[in-house]
Design a protein around this ligand. Structure first.
Ligand code: NAG
Ligand code: NAG
Ligand code: NAG
Length: 303
């Protein structure tokens, strides 16, 4: 019968490392070998159990490299570390926060990369756009296996959202550009052999205002009492105007997408739709007349 203490010792001996048992390591660094090309950059992902910034140290043959060769940023679930640009050679990156983790970084001479190493064959280019417009950046890379591509903005991985799409073929697309999209973009191509960063492309945005203009106006209607009525209103402009509805001058709240749905209408009223942004304001009216039931009855009777 082996005592628990001995079991623990045996386990450490087998795994061969100073690890804490039953608990995840407080820090991890991936990949364990990051490979790039001479004069280029690589990235690593560091995860820590605390929110404290990891302390980073980059060395080559025991010699500490300048801090300016490391760029650390917070990303969802951890830290994104860029290393470079650096000359061909082998380096060691050590990250410390609670515990320590290290990775090797190899920058190859351009002519000495593995067959299939990713290579950027089309770099994204400088674009000048107006706010509200769309833009597409292109990036393509060769390599085997086919490299995966992601994008960075101002050195940090870019996150897709409603306006920003990153396609599998290396395109980066923006719609309805905002001033905040302005910045420096680059693509990163990686496969199991290593990674390569494209040239930086600047996106410049000129903010232009376009006052609101109706694209759909609600129309006057004559309806039966207790029927459901829909009034449509839409406007474009930049910035995108917001739509506000009123009934006989009082605001109706909780209307989505400029579609006003009136259930079981009872009385006639004058409805207005206002499209409003800091570039201007426009207003339009629609009168909804509710037929009188009694009148219908009388007409039918006389028939
Ligand atoms: C870090 O965390 C992210 C998200 O939680 C995960 O996708 C990634 O694989 C982790 N990386 C490491 C090095 O553990
Ligand atoms: C090429 O890379 C190999 C390792 O893959 C290395 O041993 C060798 O020194 C490199 N040669 C040059 C000229 O960099
Ligand atoms: C609705 O109200 C506006 C503003 O008061 C007015 O100009 C318009 O004539 C009204 N429409 C009807 C049909 O009464």
């Amino acid at each position: 019968m082996i005592s628990p203490q001995i079991k623990v010792l045996l386990f450490i001996a087998v795994v061969g490392g100073p690890i804490s048992i039953g608990k995840a390591s407080p820090i991890s660094l991936r990949p364990s070998i990051a490979q790039g090309v001479d004069g280029g950059q690589v990235f690593l992902q560091c995860n820590t159990t605390t929110s404290a910034k990891p302390v980073l140290k980059l060395t080559q043959n025991g010699k500490v490299m300048p801090r300016s060769r490391i760029y650390l940023s917070r990303v969802q679930g951890g830290w994104f570390i860029r290393v470079g640009p650096l000359r061909a050679g082998t380096y060691t990156l050590t990250a410390t926060s609670g515990g320590s983790a290290s990775s090797s970084i190899i920058f190859y001479k351009a002519k000495n990369t593995t067959v299939g190493f990713p290579k950027i064959v089309r770099n994204p280019r400088y674009r000048f756009k107006k706010s509200g417009e769309s833009v597409t950046f292109h990036c393509s890379a060769t390599g085997s296996p086919k490299p995966q591509i992601f994008w960075t903005k101002n050195k940090v991985p870019l996150v897709a959202d409603k306006r920003v799409t990153m396609a599998n073929d290396g395109r980066l697309m923006f719609t309805n550009l905002q001033k905040s999209d302005q910045g420096y973009y680059e693509c990163v191509a990686q496969n199991l052999h290593g990674m390569v960063f494209s040239r930086r492309a600047r996106l410049y945005i000129r903010v232009v205002q376009r006052p609101p203009r109706f694209t759909v106006k609600p129309r006057d209607q004559v309806v039966d009492p207790d029927s459901d009525v829909t009034l449509n209103c839409a406007a474009d402009g930049f910035p995108k105007p917001s739509i506000v509805w009123e009934r006989d001058g009082s605001r109706i709240s909780g209307v989505l997408n400029g579609v006003l749905l009136i259930k079981k209408i009872r009385r006639s009223a004058n409805y207005s739709c206002t499209a409003d942004s800091y570039a201007g304001k426009v207003k339009t009216y629609a009168y909804v007349t509710v037929r009188r039931k009694l009148l219908l009855f009388v007409l039918e009777y006389c028939d």
